[in-house]
Design a protein around this ligand. Structure first.
Ligand code: HEC
Length: 116
């Protein structure tokens, strides 16, 4: 009887370890950034050129799909590839803006225009 209980405990321990390892790897695979800060940087910096009638034309989180924003920030190029996005924000700020834009992309659960 006792051996059976030990075996059960071992199985429980292993299951808990696997679940923990999985959740850690899921957390790691996501770009680390702060959505709230990202909204702020996007509004403050990007929107200065990206409203209707401004130099870059209107751009909102809904201008792209999640996959398209992922690709855009992975490449890190801006203005038809003529310059780097890092011209406008630091790497850390770009990660925040990235998370914000992906979370509110046109095919996301909560699409957002960021106040037009
Ligand atoms: C100084 C003005 C300015 C700022 C600041 C700016 N942009 Fe742009 N952006 C432009 C211009 C100009 C274009 C090119 C528009 C065109 O050719 O139609 C552009 C193009 C784009 C495009 C269309 C694809 C491309 O790269 O050509 C995206 C998406 C974009 N910007 C996102 C951003 C983001 C995100 C930020 C903030 C990190 C940002 N922009 C900041 C001026 C700006």
């Amino acid at each position: 009887m006792k051996e059976k209980k030990d075996l059960k405990d071992t199985v429980k321990f292993l299951a808990a370890t696997v679940i923990l390892a999985l959740s850690v790897s899921v957390a790691w695979s996501q770009p680390k950034g702060n959505e709230t800060k990202g909204r702020f940087y996007f509004k403050q910096t990007c929107k200065s050129c990206h409203t209707k009638g401004a130099a870059g034309g209107e751009i909102t989180p809904m201008s792209k799909t999640q996959a398209q924003w992922e690709r855009y920030f992975t490449l890190g190029k801006h203005s038809k590839g003529t310059e780097l996005l890092s011209k406008y924000l630091t790497e850390e700020q770009l990660r925040d803006a990235w998370v914000y834009l992906v979370k509110h992309a046109v095919d996301s659960p909560q699409p957002e225009t960021c106040g037009k």
